[in-house]
Design a protein around this ligand. Structure first.
Ligand code: GLN
Length: 205
């Protein structure tokens, strides 16, 4: 095997931080691989794994729809490629979404992760905060959750595992090859979640 090919969708959002964190995770695990930006639909077919970073889900969705990436990404995930959707990235992966203030939203979605998301759950007055959370189910008992205008998951389908809650709200889920988090693992020094994701990619290759 010539090493893993991991892409970070580079439409908007925390791209550089995710590239760096994933590279460090590969290095610590001693796994060969490259991590790079994905800007064009043609880059998607070669990938072994993908991160969709946080940002603004309406913008990421609209731009990906227009340049044709959305369809390619969807097919690739359906064929089993592991994907980590962070905050806006998780929103994009989901099937249903509403906004805490505006209500039901009609925005481009990948329609894969069987959850209903509430955008901006944690309110504007607390735009951004950190709190310790736990992802025991995937072997990460302690993790620093960085929440930035974060969504929560308000409904889950039967194939969805809840991997973390904060204040009774669901903030991380897994459905087979799809992981979604409300918080930003690339903004902490802790590589555990990125390592877990890299191992998931390796297990499929
Ligand atoms: N509030 C943003 C949205 O709804 C997500 C914020 C983030 O990705 N940090 O798309």
């Amino acid at each position: 095997m010539s090493g893993l090919n991991i892409g970070v969708l580079a439409v908007q959002g925390d791209v550089a931080e995710n590239i760096m964190t994933t590279k460090m995770a590969l290095e610590e695990l001693g796994i060969e691989g490259i991590v790079h930006e994905i800007k064009y639909p043609e880059q998607i077919s070669e990938l072994d794994g993908m991160i969709i970073p946080g940002g603004e889900s309406t913008v990421i969705g609209q731009l990906s729809l227009v340049n044709g990436s959305l369809k390619q990404i969807k097919e690739k995930i359906e064929s089993g490629m592991p994907v980590l959707g962070i905050c806006a990235g998780m929103i994009l992966l989901s099937k249903r979404v509403k906004d805490r203030v505006v209500g039901d939203m009609d925005q481009p979605l990948l329609d894969l992760l069987d959850v209903k998301i509430e955008r901006n759950t944690f309110g504007r007055q607390r735009d951004s905060f950190e709190s310790e959370i736990s992802m025991e189910k995937i072997g990460i008992p302690k993790f620093q959750g960085v929440f930035i205008r974060a969504p929560s998951i308000v409904e889950t389908g039967k194939n969805v595992d809840i991997i973390s809650k904060f204040n009774e709200k669901i903030v991380a889920v897994k459905q087979g090859n799809i992981i979604g988090t409300s918080f930003h693992p690339e903004l902490t020094d802790d590589l555990s979640l990125h390592k877990y994701f890299v191992n998931l990619i390796r297990s499929k290759n």
